[in-house]
Design a protein around this ligand. Structure first.
Ligand SMILES: C[S@@+](CC[C@H](N)C(=O)[O-])C[C@H]1O[C@@H](n2cnc3c(N)ncnc32)[C@H](O)[C@@H]1O
Length: 277
């Protein structure tokens, strides 16, 4: 597979997401409860995925547009019930919002995001411009609220991916280059947000234990296959992919598995509320 094909491939499957990562849309429940939604609000949800997170606040507002670059996720998002709110879902690469005049219209009361910025902001060449575009797209006085993975998020997962890929013949530089996650500290994220004009009202980094789904629903293996699909594609055959996953699960099982068989990782949540003055 060429680099271009890999970039264009949709690595997200709603079925796998529902089975192995059904807890993700709830990461930001506490954050959502702290936001003062108005029935007239127009909200842009960045990296909306299958719409489950969007549905957690849509009934409280007038209109939500969800944007995500996965056609599979957007197709599912279009089928959900949003409790009466007007909704629209579009396939958009959020690293390039400047190409979307209907998003960049300065008309959003709020911009939201859950569990997406550690993917979207990975690309350092578009990191600041993405935040700057969000700032420009909002009304003055608007609220930008999001949760993402931050510094210290499941470091053992990242290490095991690197080890398994290298031990299956992938050069370390190639594995590093394709690592899809960016986990900033709260200090650095605050600086970046302020540098594009936001006033940061709240930012906190909170590492916490996170229970994965049962092994019947995918568990650790399903989770690794879902979030690491892009990295696993560096291996040419299904046999090599299966072998790498098996190796990772063996390496991780002591640190992740409790006495009752449940599997846990460390989720470092980076939670933020910022205002456009
Ligand atoms: C873990 S899912 C979170 C989905 C949803 N927000 C939720 O809470 O369930 C991460 C999402 O980020 C999306 N994503 C990653 N990079 C993106 C990009 N450059 N532009 C738009 N969406 C992106 C993926 O397609 C995926 O749906």
């Amino acid at each position: 597979m060429t680099e271009t094909q890999r970039v264009q491939k949709d690595y997200w499957s709603t079925e796998t997401y529902e089975a192995a990562a059904s807890f993700v849309p709830h990461f930001a429940d506490t954050l959502v409860q702290s936001i003062d939604f108005k029935s007239t609000d127009r909200v842009l949800d960045i990296g909306c995925g299958d719409g489950k997170f969007t549905a957690s606040f849509a009934p409280m507002v007038e209109y939500v547009m969800g944007v995500d670059y996965s056609p599979s996720m957007i197709n599912t998002a279009k089928t959900l019930d949003y409790g009466g709110a007007e909704t629209e879902f579009r396939v958009v690469d959020c690293r390039h919002l400047e190409k979307e005049p209907e998003i960049m219209n300065g008309n959003w009361d709020k911009v939201s995001s859950n569990a997406a910025f550690h993917w979207i902001l990975k690309d350092s060449s578009t990191r600041l411009s993405t935040l700057e575009n969000i700032f420009k797209s909002m009304k003055p006085g608007g609220t930008f609220f999001f949760e993402m993975c931050g510094h210290g998020n499941a470091p053992e997962k990242l290490t095991s991916f690197m080890f398994a890929l290298v031990s299956h013949g992938v050069p370390i530089e190639k594995a590093e280059a394709l690592c899809p996650w960016y986990y900033p500290s709260d200090v650095h994220m605050k600086e970046m947000l302020e540098s594009v004009g936001f006033q940061v009202k709240q930012i906190e980094l909170n590492p916490q234990p996170l229970q994965l789904t049962s092994t019947d629903n995918g568990g650790l293996e399903g989770f690794l296959r879902l979030i690491g699909a892009q990295m696993l594609d560096l291996l040419e055959t299904e046999e090599k992919k299966d072998s790498a996953i098996e190796q990772m699960c063996r390496m991780l099982r002591y640190g992740t598995t409790r006495e009752d068989g449940s599997q846990w990782i460390t989720y470092a949540s980076l939670r933020c509320v910022a205002i456009k003055p």
